[in-house]
Design a protein around this ligand. Sequence first.
Ligand SMILES: Cc1cc2nc3c(=O)[nH]c(=O)nc-3n(C[C@H](O)[C@H](O)[C@H](O)COP(=O)(O)OP(=O)(O)OC[C@H]3O[C@@H](n4cnc5c(N)ncnc54)[C@H](O)[C@@H]3O)c2cc1C
Length: 572
Amino acid sequence: MKQFAVILAVLIASSATAAELLVEAESFSKRGGWTVDPQFMDVMGSPYLLAHGLGKPVADAEQLVEFPQPGVYRLWVRTKDWVPSHHPGRFQVTIDGRTIDETFGTEGEDWFWHDGKTVEISGDTATIKLHDLTGFDGRCDALFFTTDMDFRPSNEPDSRMAAWRRKLVGIPETPPSIGNFDVLVAGGGVAGCSAALVAARLGLRVALVQNRPVLGGNASSEIDIPPRGLARSVTDEVAGSERAGVIAAEKNIELLLGWHAFRVQKEGARIISVDAKNVSTNKEVRINAPVIIDCTGDGWIGFRAGAEYRMGREGRSEFDEPLAPETADKMTHGCTLYFKTREGDKPTKFPDAPWATVVSRSHVDLRSDHSWEYGHRLDTIKDAEHIRDHLLRAIYGTFATVKRKFPKGAAKFELEQVGYVAARGESRRLVGDHILTENDIRSKRRFPDMVAMGSLVFCLHYPGKKYDFRNEMKLIAVPPYPIPFRCLYSRNIENLMMAGRDVSATHVAFSSVKLMKTGGQLGIATGAAAFLCKKHNTMPRGVYQHHIPELQDIVFERGSYKESLKPSRSRE
Ligand SMILES: Cc1cc2nc3c(=O)[nH]c(=O)nc-3n(C[C@H](O)[C@H](O)[C@H](O)COP(=O)(O)OP(=O)(O)OC[C@H]3O[C@@H](n4cnc5c(N)ncnc54)[C@H](O)[C@@H]3O)c2cc1C
């Protein structure tokens, strides 16, 4: 132990005197054809650059960087070989035009610092380029240069790595506050947009934090799942492609687009602020709000705050649900990836992709619908990157097989678009004062605090029997049924509400509530409840206990609230 302490002290001392530079790949000012991918940052530690070229190498990403001093540095590149036995995502690093000998994306089964060996930096600045070799989703998170030849960065994506990186790029531990809001909405899917819109139209100052460059969640242009379910007018405004304009028109909404809510501060059982990180610049800000609405789909805010949640399927006996399995397990809905093919003008080739056909096998059906789904038996949060990658392999593999098997018929066939953002089907469901069940839905149970109407189906997803990336579904029609407000606030975090697929429901009930227009209605109810929290100086449970008639007046646009959900502009 003593010897270990001495070695550690030497390492710290030597790295303290070393010249060091951390370059975050996602912060490159010229990204060429590389794309910022922040989807997995809560698991692997950071947004990263992805060379998503559908089999054609993408243009170089480039950044001019300033070094602390000229000299010989050891270079470490944080990367991942996403199919370890085949290395489909290979790339090179060049510094001032010289290519580093190492090829990256060729080692390691998970994210790790690949040793780029020594590099000589002759001036104060150098131009770094990432040069993609394959077009098949090579990935680079960061480059670390150090004059300490013995230093090895830790591969553990834990809080120590985060603190180390923050220090190296000069981001303060405590982010600056961007002010006090009346409500913070995290997640800009249909549910989050509806919540923000209603709160803003009722006069609240709203912070809407969305970690993608576009709004809409699974309904966005990145994913394109059609929103279904019963809608109210606000939901319809944000269910379609006009949603960006609708949100922009509300002056009470401060939209943080491309910001990821990653940390919360609490006092007792209340969240007092949420920290958000810009997924490109890594800049961080603090947002203070007395009420928070978690519309992240994954219950991230609740999870960070220690809210109770469920994940997986309940056993049949727990709520006496006929559709539940005999015993509880971890199975969830899977995830899907959107893609499009087209007939081009001339014959094109597609690279052989044995690392992909090993997943797709004999599959040749290239119809793009949302029955491409994987991950039901995995953890849709912790294994999210693997799930997305498996779907990429299934799509590329199927396309490669079609090209090979039908050389004439598919000669001009091209992959027009393949998403890299997987639509998550299900993960955490935050627990509220009521957990909606299959029997509540089947019996159309009347709730005095009813604030929304679910509809259409129980839609249970299972892994396909022949191909693990195609789903099977069980659809059981249900008549419209009430959803109570008690499913929309956390049982143990006083000022936390939720809307969308992370509300309080069993797995079976969730399979119906998950529809996006239903989620939009839940967003409306939470946005309205945030308004009542401010008006009556109370918390969501207080709204349930004392203000349900008023909440219902707003949600169902009755009495003096008839006009209040209309666009602010039309009321001016
Ligand atoms: C295969 C499949 C088929 C489906 N088919 C249909 C269908 O036909 N019709 C239908 O209505 N529904 C369908 N669904 C269900 C539906 O897509 C989801 O239940 C729905 O998207 C949930 O909406 P949401 O707003 O809660 O979450 P999302 O749509 O996931 O939106 C949440 C948003 O929050 C963002 N976010 C997450 N974490 C953070 C954070 N920490 N900080 C900031 N932003 C964050 C996400 O990037 C995302 O954009 C399907 C789902 C799957 C998987």
